[in-house]
Design a binder for this molecule. Sequence first.
Ligand SMILES: [Cu+2]
Length: 227
Amino acid sequence: MTRFALALACMTSAAHAGSIKGTVLFEGEPPEQETLERDSDPKCSKTKQDEAVVVTKGKLRDVLVRIKNGTAGKHAAPATPAFIDQRDCMYTPRVVGIVDGQKLKVRNSDGTCHNVWGQDQNKDVFNKPQAPKAADLVLDAAAKPDDVIELKCGAHGWMHAYVAVHDHPYFAVTASDGTFEIKDLPQGTYTLEAWHPTLGTRSMKVVIGKGKKADVTARFSYKASEL
Ligand SMILES: [Cu+2]
């Protein structure tokens, strides 16, 4: 523990904020990740697989887990933009959450041109070409909470990413081990929602209490048999 964290723990023992840690499972045989047809651009490798549903040892990646209610108070957008890289002609990460008003920084790490094209319910919100080694784009999502901006690439039809907008910072996206963690939650009863761009939503009630009951674990599961 750092000295700062130790001091904080001493000062705030009466008002300890809670957390939700958890895992998102995929039960059953996952859909096959087909190799993408990328012959249209020789600079994009031919070995990349579709990332619509990525399951590793029964754990599901790219699930945005978030609080749906009870977010009292205003939450300022972080000054640091959310970040998406274009690497090997894929958006990485594929799913990100932002706070309303937070900007989005997009990098081109490839030796080919991309076209960062954002749509909010089929309405264009930005459409910017980005040459190899061009400066990062800093984009204004210009969306409202609960919107999801879909990123496409005008040059490469297989590229997709999703930017979900919130009026609070209580969200996290699962890594390839299916885990997520949402921190600094005030005490209360919440609806916790999991959202996956292809597989849809799941939700559950979560109670953040005091003391040991401030830190809870949650588990969502998507089932192959339901697809
Ligand atoms: Cu592209």
